[in-house]
Design a protein around this ligand. Structure first.
Ligand code: ADP
Length: 494
């Protein structure tokens, strides 16, 4: 049970200026810093170090040295497992501190963050720790005069760049399998969500992770992130963020050492509601949370509601009714269901989408405004926009904010066509009581994830990844391990 008084005691704890975490300890950059502004009240509460390219190179060199001398990469799997399991425990022991620190930094409602951030990260480290000594190589069915062995070897140095919406959860999706397979990592968190990941690196050291195996460099994406992705000594890049940055990473790879890049990018995920859904009110309630939790700052958010025309008015009214019960406000207040928008830039971008929606003739059915401006924080009303046509900006572009675009369809075929009329293919949902239709929709919708009669919720046991411009590669599940190993064949004459 979360205790409001404990949260209030942590909400204004002093956070000292943060340095870079390199080679198992705190290191200075060249003195340049970045203010950390809390979206709760718009006030700066600490600083981050702006890593320069030379700092990133230093972190990569430490990661490489750690990898080459085998302090982690050649440690017995059972010993690696013990350390990662201890890290999972430490995350749980520090869950509230980590969650509150993260919320002060990024604005997610604590009710969600406590589970989605430390809760999920601990589970992810535990899952890959348990998996790491169950991954076998292969003996090939060759001619008996030779022995063909297929080894799974760590790739070396992994560069990870993660976003601000769920830093610990998404960070763990990259770090846990990378470390489990024996790699070293240099992590670049987002400018507006670095604090909890810096703390995680400290906890990893406390758990016994050898120095240099996990390094965290903070600062600007266009400087520190770019230097990491251009490094000649990073073997694999893993990334979650925008399509624009994903494109740059591919370019940096081509300009440097052709490192493999795994990209988890945006979405404009269709949530498709048929008139034959067995409980339309439940569908409306879950659909509202499917877009509005974390102020819509969720890559798999169901941001396009496709409703069968015959139930449009009734269904939109039900979504609006449920949305109006959601309290938006201070994310550290346990009665809040929707916290703050991550930054002023993000908030202004969201409001820009509302302006262009009006200009395109869409109807603002609910919300549309900045609220609670007197707090100094960045809050926005959950917003429902109807009369959206498939070529409109709101049907095609990812807002990454609390904005639901509603479109209608008449037939199942039209629903599939509309759903797939997108450059993205990350998540989706279908609400129907017709089992055959559900299976046809699963086959027809091009997305990495199709929910049926639900939205959201999944765990580390199933892969998450997109098709089309939503990216490539998968986080979570045993499939994610493939990104962090190379196959090496040994061909032995007998
Ligand atoms: P968002 O729109 O979600 O902020 P970004 O792609 O801009 O998405 O940011 C995701 C991550 O990518 C952040 O850690 C950010 O610092 C980093 N990033 C941004 N620009 C670059 C870049 N040019 N090179 C490498 N990393 C970058």
């Amino acid at each position: 049970m979360l205790d409001q008084s404990k949260i209030d005691a942590l909400r204004s704890t002093r956070v000292p200026p943060r340095k870079l975490f390199i080679d198992g300890g705190w290191q200075d950059g060249n003195g340049e810093t970045l203010d950390v502004i809390s979206p709760i009240d718009g006030k700066a509460f600490t600083t981050l170090t702006r890593a320069a390219p030379a700092d990133v190179d230093r972190a990569v060199a430490c990661a490489r040295a750690a990898f080459e001398d085998g302090r982690w990469s050649r440690m017995a799997p059972a010993a690696r497992k013990k350390i990662l399991l201890r890290l999972a425990e430490l995350i749980e022991e520090n869950a509230l501190d980590l969650a509150v620190l993260g919320v002060r930094d990024n604005g997610t409602e604590l009710n969600m963050a406590i589970k989605a951030e430390p809760g999920s990260a601990a589970g992810t480290f535990r899952y890959y720790a348990e998996a790491l000594d169950k991954i076998y190589g292969e003996i090939a069915p060759t001619d008996p005069s030779v022995l063909g062995l297929v080894h799974k070897t760590p790739v070396g140095v992994v560069g990870a760049i993660v976003p601000w919406n769920f830093p610990l959860m998404i960070g763990a999706w990259k770090l846990a399998p990378a470390l489990a397979m024996g790699n070293s990592v240099v992590l670049k968190p987002a400018e507006t969500a670095s604090l909890s990941l810096l703390r995680l690196a400290e906890l990893a050291s406390e758990a016994g992770l050898p120095d240099g195996v996990l390094n965290v460099v903070t600062g600007q994406g266009s400087v520190a992130g770019e230097a990491l992705a251009l490094s000649m000594d990073v073997d694999v890049m893993v990334f979650t963020g925008s399509g624009a940055t994903g494109r740059r990473l591919l370019e940096y790879s081509a300009r440097s050492n052709l490192k493999r890049c795994y990209l988890e990018l945006g979405g404009k995920s269709p949530n498709i509601v048929f008139a034959d859904a067995h409980d339309l009110d439940e569908a409306a309630k879950v659909s509202a949370m499917g877009i509005f939790r974390n102020s819509g700052q969720v890559c798999v958010a169901g941001s396009r509601l496709l409703v069968e025309e015959s139930i449009h008015d009734e269904f939109v009214a039900a979504v609006a009714r449920h949305t109006e019960t959601l309290k938006v406000g201070d994310p550290l207040d346990l009665s809040t269901q929707i916290g703050a928008v991550n930054s002023l830039d993000q908030l202004e971008g969201n409001l820009g989408f509302i302006e262009s929606a009006v200009a395109e003739g869409n109807t603002i059915a609910l919300g549309g405004n900045r609220i609670l401006q007197e707090t100094g924080g960045y809050y926005m009303e959950p917003t429902i926009v109807t009369d959206v046509k498939t070529r409109d900006r709101l049907a095609q572009q990812e807002v990454f904010g609390p904005v639901l675009a509603v479109q209608t369809f008449k037939t199942e075929e039209e629903a599939v066509t509309l759903a797939n009329d997108s450059i993205y293919g990350l998540s989706s949902a279908v609400w129907t009581s017709n089992l055959s239709r559900a299976h046809r929709m699963i086959a027809g919708v091009r997305a990495g994830l199709v929910h049926v009669n639900t939205y959201g919720g999944a765990d580390v046991t199933v892969p998450l990844g997109g098709v089309k411009q939503s990216g490539n590669g998968h986080d979570k599940s045993l499939h994610a391990l493939d990104k962090y190993v190379d196959l090496k064949t040994a061909w032995i004459k007998l």
